[in-house]
Design a protein around this ligand. Structure first.
Ligand SMILES: *[C@@H]1O[C@H](CO)[C@@H](O)[C@H](O)[C@H]1NC(C)=O
Length: 480
């Protein structure tokens, strides 16, 4: 029997014939049966002519229509577990060049990682490699890769918080500062490094390039607060050596576990100095092992201890730990490398809540006398977990935050850059140029009291007044 069927009937009844999948606007997929083959091109062209109003695009694809969210999405979509950062660096190079930045890919070599790896250094065209302010974060993530997943309020995926949220919001902040003329091209540069999650080799590599900055803003999850600093870290390996014997004749052996218990009890109860800014120094006995069987006096025991240091220096803690372990038979402790001192950041900017954090950053890996700011969106509490995510609203807040930090740093310095070639009013003023070719026509300058900095004992630092320049109108001298 032969049945004459309409194309739509065939589409309904003959699933194996479906061969073409077309994408309509609004993210709708349709499938066309082969029988429509001859009409395919005209159908495609009709679809391509459908005009979607931009507000609808924003509703159906809020991520795609937001420069911030789409940059953030593109960064997360590229896997970049430490050691494997080339693709994300190349993506950033292309992206930043398309936004008018000069971009250097700086090779970072390390015996640990065989693949090609690059730090990404960028500064606006017409600007300078030696801009006084650096915004920096890292492009590597902890393993494993977790793909991008969009949600209503939050974005999920590896790196969504730590630290691709900082990377994306730093870039957009600088783009906006430039577009809004809050800064000139030679004010800020950007640096995105590899290896922060493991050895810090990306940031340390920068020390060999003779670069320096007045202020460096490090992007890590600080819940949109300005960090006062972060604790230092030292790791200790404790070993106890004894002598094995039958457990029925303990006097013939030396029990390594007993000595280890004594050592760890002392460490666990040790009072270690903290600081008002960073809180308590904490000690964690993370691993213990010892012995071979219940009926054998153990000849060997081992433990590993991590100390998060809130005191001023590692050495303040080191001495106390070593003293505590003195005199215990057969016990030896070795400090593992590397360890780092606590980091005290600058937080002399108005309008930010502050926070003390307990994780490590790249801050100690970058040498120099620059001011150090630590700020970023998201919480460290989700950063390395399976459920890493960031609220979209936090990303937008972070862009505002980075802009305020840059402007705050510039105002604090009360230095201003002005274009001597033309008359213009700059708000806020970035640098009062003491160039003979520039005449300041008018300026609003406020005296502001600088809040008292935390002082060391014996330090007699007083409150200072600083000039806060709200705006300046300048003219080239010839024109006056
Ligand atoms: C610091 O240690 C003290 C004394 O052990 C304790 O009372 C306090 O809660 C600790 N502070 C924090 C933030 O854990």
């Amino acid at each position: 029997m032969r049945l004459y069927a309409s194309p739509s009937l065939i589409a309904l009844s003959a699933a194996p014939l479906v061969v073409h999948s077309l994408q309509l606007p609004f993210g709708i997929d349709i499938q066309l049966p082969a029988v429509l083959d001859t009409h395919l091109n005209s159908i495609k062209s009709s679809i391509s002519q459908i005009q979607v109003p931009s507000f609808i695009n924003k509703i159906i694809d809020p991520t795609g229509s937001s420069p911030l969210l789409s940059l953030h999405r593109d960064l997360i979509a590229i896997p970049s577990v430490s050691g494997d950062e080339e693709q994300v660096a190349r993506f950033l190079e292309t992206y930043l060049q398309s936004k008018g930045f000069n971009v250097d890919l700086i090779p970072v070599e390390s015996s640990e990682y065989p693949k090609k790896r690059y730090n990404v250094f960028a500064y606006p065209e017409g600007g300078s490699r030696s801009a006084p302010i650096l915004l920096t974060s890292h492009i590597d993530t902890v393993p494993p890769f977790i793909p991008f997943k969009d949600g209503l309020r939050a974005v999920h995926g590896r790196g969504s918080c730590d630290a691709k949220a900082s990377v994306a919001s730093q870039i957009i902040a600088v783009e906006e500062l430039l577009a809004q003329k809050h800064i000139t091209a030679d004010t800020v540069s950007l640096l995105f490094v590899v290896g922060e999650e493991t050895t810090g080799d990306g940031m340390r590599h920068m020390n060999s390039l003779s670069m320096s900055w007045d202020a460096v803003v490090f992007g890590e999850p600080t819940e949109l607060k300005l960090a006062v600093g972060h604790k230092g870290l030292a790791m200790l390996e404790v070993e106890a050596k004894g002598r094995a014997s039958h457990s029925g004749y303990p006097n013939l052996g030396i029990n390594a576990n007993s000595h280890m218990i004594d050592a760890l009890y002392r460490l666990d109860n040790l009072k270690l100095p903290g600081s008002e800014l960073l809180g308590n120094t904490t000690l964690n006995i993370g691993i213990m092992s010892g012995g071979v069987a219940a009926n054998v006096i153990p000849a060997f025991a081992k433990a590993e201890v991590a100390i998060r240091i809130a005191a001023k220096h590692f050495t303040d803690v080191k001495v106390l730990v070593e003293d505590a372990l003195k005199g215990i038979e057969g016990v030896e402790a070795t400090w593992k490398h590397p360890h780092y001192d606590p980091v005290f950041c600058d937080y002399d900017l108005e309008g930010f809540e502050t926070i003390a954090v307990s994780y490590g950053t790249d801050i100690p890996n970058l040498d120099g006398k620059h001011k150090k700011y630590l700020y970023g969106p998201g919480s460290i509490l989700v950063a390395h977990g399976d459920n890493e995510k960031i609220d979209k609203s936090d990303l937008y807040e972070a862009v505002k935050g980075y802009k305020r930090i840059v402007r705050g740093i510039l105002n604090a310095k009360a230095v201003v850059v002005a274009d001597p070639a033309k008359s213009e009013t700059i708000t806020p003023v970035v640098e009062v140029v003491a160039q003979p070719s520039v005449q300041i026509v008018e300026a609003k300058v406020e005296k502001v009291e600088v809040p008292e900095a935390p002082v060391e004992k014996g330090d007699t630092k007083k409150n200072e007044e600083e000039e806060k320049v709200e705006y300046v109108t300048i003219l080239p001298v010839d024109a006056v």
